[in-house]
Design a protein around this ligand. Structure first.
Ligand code: RNT
Ligand code: ZN
Length: 419
């Protein structure tokens, strides 16, 4: 696309939006300030680096066998950098505890993880101007079973308590080093395939484990607890349900992670934002795309994601909502999957930032509901795409579909050569 055309289209869009009281330059500046937390696990189908034949467990599945997945830490890092070179703005990387780098330390089990096992990640992130977030990993481990932090077996429960404590310490070190708190997300798969007659007991144990895990206060990390509706093989009961974590978060001031794939399919995740903001400190998002189940398809610019972005902006909560991505599609080019999902999320945020909110709120305050609905409809086809192209131009990434060729080239040069 020619630079003059992008600039010309932007100038016209700017004028059009200005007539509705929207400042497109300000929207561009705000969007530039939003860092997505990119999930490291799209590049290798959530395999991690503890063991090359690791079998993904915990009720989640990456389906597909597209060639070229990252087989080691260096490849994963290279893929992430390729992806971020095609995504406008600067972003964070969210690591799972199963992505430790044991090359200079020797391997340890998950209850013995230390910041040193992530030192090379911290060096790498710093060198590349990227901040880190972290996740405990309860799945894909011999002690995972169906119950971890809620396991009545004291030995197993203690192992996972210790693991989660170690993860908080690692996140603290990441946060201290980068001068910005690392988000530590705790998601456990604990649940039951069939009817359980002990719902309360497992939840009591989970609460007890969390109480102990959170005993130490850390200033440079933030605890997030992620609920879920069900997993594969855990269809009847999930210990860490939304009610459970919402209660916990509201009572103890912890951040509740909303994964957009973890609710009944007709439930609006966007509608939860304003309530959480009133009762919990901040919000962590796992933006995903469920298709019939928590399938973790690549995020696209759909109504669900748009609604979510609009709610964040309408609540004036960009500084209280952390936007992480969480999907894993092994059926298409994995770097392309990062780029599509990240750019789609940003497009949604941009449209939210360009909403003629002043005018809409004026209509609403004076009960002009026809006018409100009419403007909401018309706003959908305001020239936001010209502003998006300008955003890509300003941030030196390919405009429009031009990134397809970049991903293809990388596939030709790099990923297709991986056996
Ligand atoms: C699983 C949760 C969780 C995982 C990652 C890999 O359903 O969404 O966040 O996807 O931790
Ligand atoms: Zn998630």
């Amino acid at each position: 696309m020619k630079r003059e055309n992008i600039e010309q289209a932007y100038a016209m869009a700017k004028e059009r939006y200005a007539a509705l009281g929207v400042d497109t330059d300000a929207a561009l500046a705000k969007l530039r300030n939003i860092s997505l937390s990119l999930h490291c696990w799209q590049a290798d189908d959530v395999t991690g680096f503890e063991n090359p034949d690791a079998q993904l467990s915990g009720g989640i599945q990456a389906t597909g066998n597209y060639p070229g997945k990252a087989r080691n830490i260096d490849e994963l890092r290279q893929d992430i950098l390729k992806a971020t070179s095609l995504i406008p703005g600067s972003h964070r990387l969210s690591l799972h505890a199963s992505y430790a780098d044991f090359r200079s330390t020797g391997a340890v089990d998950r209850d013995a993880l230390r910041p040193e096992h992530f030192a090379s990640w911290m060096d790498w992130a710093e060198a590349n101007g990227m901040k880190l977030d972290f996740n405990s990993t309860s799945f894909s481990h011999p002690k995972s079973g169906m119950l971890t932090l809620s396991n009545p077996d004291e030995g197993i429960r203690r192992f996972w308590i210790e693991h989660t404590k170690r993860c908080r310490e690692i996140a603290e070190q990441m946060g201290r080093r980068q001068g910005d708190p690392a988000m530590l997300n705790i998601w456990i798969h604990d649940g039951s395939k069939d009817a359980t007659v002990n719902r309360l007991e497992y939840r009591r144990l989970l609460k007890q484990s969390l109480d102990e895990i959170f005993e130490t206060e850390y200033p440079n990390m933030k605890d997030c607890i992620e609920a879920k509706l069900f997993g594969i093989g855990a269809e009847s009961y999930t210990v860490g349900s939304y009610d459970f974590y919402l209660g916990y978060g509201a009572k103890y001031g912890k951040i509740v992670t909303l994964d957009t794939g973890h609710f009944h399919l007709t439930e609006s995740i966007a509608d939860k934002v304003s309530s959480l903001l009133l009762f919990t400190p901040e919000i962590m998002l796992h933006v995903s795309r469920p298709i019939r189940w928590d399938s973790d398809h690549v995020v696209i610019m759909n109504d669900d994601t748009l609604d979510l972005a609009k709610e964040i902006v309408r609540c004036g909560a960009l500084d209280r909502v952390h936007i992480g991505l969480d999907y894993f599609d092994a059926s298409i080019n994995r770097i392309g999957a990062y780029v599509i999902g990240s750019r789609a999320t940003q497009k949604c945020l941009l449209q939210a930032l360009l909403e003629p909110l002043g005018k809409l709120r004026e209509y609403e305050a004076s009960e002009r509901f026809f006018e409100r609905l009419a403007l909401l409809e018309e706003a959908k086809n305001l020239p936001w795409n010209a502003v998006w192209d300008m955003f890509c131009l300003q941030n030196d990434v390919p405009v429009g579909e031009a990134f397809i060729a970049d991903v293809q080239q990388y596939e030709k040069d790099v990923t297709s050569k991986r056996a």
